[in-house]
Design a protein around this ligand. Sequence first.
Ligand code: GTP
Length: 556
Amino acid sequence: FPVENIRNFSIIAHVDHGKSTLADRLLELTGAIDKTKNNKQVLDKLQVERERGITVKAQTASLFYNCEGKQYLLNLIDTPGHVDFSYEVSRSLSACQGVLLVVDANEGIQAQTVANFFLAFEAQLSVIPVINKIDLKNADPERVEKQIEKVFDIPSDECIKISAKLGTNVESVLQAVIERIPPPKVHRKNPLRALVFDSTFDQYRGVIANVALFDGVVSKGDKIVSAHTQKTYEVNEVGILNPNEQSTQKLYAGQVGYLIAGMKDVTEAQIGDTLHLHKHPVEPLPGFKSAKPMVFAGMYPIDQSEYNNLKSAIEKLTLNDSSVTVHRDSSLALGAGWRLGFLGLLHMEVFNQRLEQEYNASVILTTPTVPYKAVLSSAKLIKARRAVQKNMMFIDENRVMLKYLFPLNEIVIDFYDSLKSLSSGYASFDYEDAGYQTAELVKMDILLNGNIVEELVTVVHKDKAHLVGKTICERLKDSLPRQLFEIAIQAAIGSKIIARETVKAYRKNVLAKCYGGDITRKMKLLKRQAEGKKRLRKIGNIEVPKEAFIKVLKTQ
Ligand code: GTP
């Protein structure tokens, strides 16, 4: 394929505006998939994507299209729309020269339309606005055209109006891709320079790297080197994704495809790495800005004997989702585990669900927290900040874009749901990191008869401490078995007690059910009680079963 007949593009949009449906139509139009089948979100391959109806992973498909006697190779990269997955979007864009910005003809510009537009704009890509769902009864494409002109400064006559569902006018999208997106600027005569922009792990074939070739050619049998690890590999297979893997003899600069080179260890194919020929070292391509996790949670195997299996499952999944950070951690109550960082709560849930579905792992996930920086000083004098309005812009007479500065902790857990229900589903939301701010935070201890329970120490905002403390005490009361003496459960800030619950004394006589003098039966019961005790953690003289910790620490 001559480079001038190649186009690398991506589809970006707010969630549910129809990216995956448009991708289905483009796949059909170019013959990549059969039109007669009932194609629905073909590129959403993961089980979690199908169940939730959202795209989590960016997917790649190479399409062949004939136009005015020339054959074109169009590499399409489908991307997720939800705020938590914007990292996937920016990564995909590094392999593209242009984007289709899909906007729903009824909903108009939404939060992620704006966020994704700016990712493309900053990467200096050509933007083709596509107004979708013109078949809807309430569609108002002219209004959306005006919004696009006002907010993005794109002339309204550049908008293409389509119905991805019905296939209306979709062909003109392909025309625009060819006319308005430039071919990649690459040099085939130069030595190989390939960017690893995604990778997955296959149990039988090892690491499958998705690559975009910026320079040169790669063929089966070539000796290549990872710029990151400096390890050398022999290429076993190269090919394109159409959208399923289709092996080819070679991949040329300007193409996007996959490469298998006997990388057996998940740490070997770093996303953002540059691959080059063994005999021709090159300057590595700029990698990716590493993702910045916003939400942290502890992850532990339900049974410690599952530790190694879970470790390898997490490693394989983080290869496919490099935005998750992993640090080893351990808790007296839950054993050895990890502290994981995620981009948001949905991201955390999806990661957990993928572990269960793709790796059959069951885990304990603790309540998510956000990072704080503690400054040791006698006065935290500055008043706690609530939301501060920074900016307001009317998109049209019905819609307004507001920018606020929020404490991350306030928006991470349930803000999005509350916003949706308050606005009857009309408002949409996106966020970016604005750095650390001073806040009135307190360290809250949980005490059992005066002894601190290390694993339940939390950092909370001063105003919320009472509520959080009360909830934890109540949950502990429900899950702590009665013991021979009374237990005081307290939440405290320093020496000040802010919540309290009591568990009444009780003597659990395991022998109560044993009538008569069957000594072997008595011994069995006592032994079982002793085994039960091994799973207990002693705090002072109080025995706390693991289940009690799980109940208190677990996400609801
Ligand atoms: P994410 O992958 O989660 O970001 O969503 P998406 O943007 O890929 O949206 P998707 O293609 O999954 O479409 C969302 C919903 O809109 C689905 O129920 C589609 O059937 C519907 N939809 C997509 N295009 C059209 C259209 O042109 N007209 C109508 N009426 N519905 C459409």
